[in-house]
Design a protein around this ligand. Structure first.
Ligand SMILES: [Zn+2]
Length: 122
């Protein structure tokens, strides 16, 4: 039993050394399955060398951005477009210049937000 564990450890250390040599970096996070240190490959993929599989780190900002943001952005974009249409109708009938100015300011803010959303989504 001890021998076997020793051999597994040795091959892991070897694999880790090889990964580091290939440009991978060791992360602070550990594998949720075996709690070995995780490695980030030059390709950006995160790997557990012990389990020999790709690990998705949901708690890292990068991954959270990848998984949670698109849905939120799509909903926000949809809402903003609806608001813009509502505003357009108000602007069309508005005769008071002060109100018109307010509507236009709001329109510009919405457009700016939409532009940012579309830039992030790309
Ligand atoms: Zn693992």
């Amino acid at each position: 039993m001890l021998n076997m564990e020793g051999r597994i450890l040795e091959s892991n250390v070897k694999k880790m050394a090889e990964a580091l040599k290939a440009g991978a970096t060791m992360l602070e996070e550990s594998c949720p399955q075996c709690s070995s240190p995780l490695f980030k490959l030059p390709s950006g993929e995160i790997y557990c060398l012990t389990c020999n599989r790709r690990v998705i780190l949901v708690k890292s900002d990068e991954e959270a951005l990848e998984t949670g943001t698109p849905a939120a952005l799509n909903l926000l974009e949809e809402t903003l477009v609806k608001k813009l249409l509502e505003l357009e109708q108000k602007i069309r009938v508005e005769e008071d210049t002060k109100n018109l100015q307010n509507h236009l300011n709001l329109t510009l803010s919405y457009l700016e937000a939409l532009e940012k959303i579309r830039r992030i989504k790309r």
